[in-house]
Write a protein that binds this ligand. Sequence first.
Ligand SMILES: Cc1cc2nc3c(=O)[nH]c(=O)nc-3n(C[C@H](O)[C@H](O)[C@H](O)COP(=O)(O)OP(=O)(O)OC[C@H]3O[C@@H](n4cnc5c(N)ncnc54)[C@H](O)[C@@H]3O)c2cc1C
Length: 429
Amino acid sequence: MAATGDVAIIGAGIVGSSAAYQLAKSGRRVVLIDKGAGPGFGSTSASSAVIRFEYSKLETAATAWESRFIWRNLRDYLGAPAGEQVAAFHQIGILIVDSVSFTREYLRGLFAELGVEHVEYDPAGLRAAYPGIDNGRFYPPKPIRDDAFWEDPTAWLGGVLTPQAGFIDDPRLAAENFAKAAERLRAKTLYKARVVGIGHRQGNWLLELADGSAVEAPQVVNAAGPWSGEILRLAGVGGEFKVRTRPMRQEVHSVAAPAGRIEPVVVDEDLGYYLRPEPSGSLIVGGAEPECDGFDWVDGPVDDVDLNRSQRLFDAQVTRAARRFPGIAIPPRPSGVVGVYDVASDWTPIFDKTDAPGFHVGIGTSGNSFKHGPLLGEYLAAIIAAGDDGRDHDADPVVWRSPRTGREIGLGFFSRLRQAWATSGGVSG
Ligand SMILES: Cc1cc2nc3c(=O)[nH]c(=O)nc-3n(C[C@H](O)[C@H](O)[C@H](O)COP(=O)(O)OP(=O)(O)OC[C@H]3O[C@@H](n4cnc5c(N)ncnc54)[C@H](O)[C@@H]3O)c2cc1C
């Protein structure tokens, strides 16, 4: 039996669910397909869900800032009924420790342009604001087994606090909230439905599912996160792309917070980690891809990734955090989550049409785009609508205009055909 629709979306993570909501809102018959038991069980469920505004490019920073208005009012935005549990935004601020990618001078300009509230600290100010912090400059990050890791600092660092930043407490639930909102607009959701083949029938895309059924639609969105490369291969699409994607395995660890608690999220590229408090009071600690730890690229099937935490990465990430906040005690055994990023060559998402008519991509979110989720759905819907109106998005890129701030974002920025952007070259984007 074939389900039919105007648009079939492969992947019900934050990207596919958000796109489903926007496309259903525009009156299209949407079929949202995921191999998981429900929405959000891919990368999205592993996400630290930090909502920050510092990126090396204005477009990604603006997408994060604009999305925050939606995260703060998610229930209203989605029209979720009172009885539905909705993911919550915790505005606890983010401290960005001085780094080569994010200097105070760069952040001052970026935040002035966007209108983001911020507080600058010089080294003495940072020490006074965060008692217990060791604000030494240790750059570049070094392996923790290397004696150089423990050398004295070469200078003292300040930082920038953005009080309006924070995190979403349940990223998987957020994807579910978008998917349910799409269902209320009559989108069809198919879970435990794995796409195993992609072909054509009578001018439509034909998605073959593992149970022998199929979905047929003239338009398709590949929103398969780290599996997006597998979907491109099934569809025979992607040869023309100038920016490539590759999955990367990641670990995030959990430790007890030191006495006195660390309140804001901390982004620290000087040492190569980030941390954020959990509502329970513990801390989660993730990596910022310091080159010295090596990259854990996934070249085989994403489903075969080892989901056990490793002592090596646990020691590396948590020891880095404890170098900055010596009050953090390092437990003997790792606990936390393993996830996979869908990394684009320039660590910037690819949201675009392709040269295969009707085939679109919302991929390459590079470990940094949960926060962008609400707007990425709007971007995909705008690109698809423009195509329906006969506009060639390659030649005449769509411009998205914020109903909240009036800011315009040229969506050609996210093109598959771009020359790779010069970015931080890591998860910060
Ligand atoms: C450890 C970790 C920490 C992160 N921390 C942050 C953070 O702090 N802030 C931030 O903004 N971002 C963060 N991210 C990044 C963010 O989580 C991702 O950018 C985002 O969740 C990607 O969403 P997605 O919908 O593209 O992918 P996914 O959530 O992976 O969704 C893709 C879906 O496609 C489905 N699928 C795949 N193949 C098939 C198939 N053949 N048939 C049917 N369905 C299929 C999968 O089941 C999956 O549900 C983090 C990511 C990780 C892994």
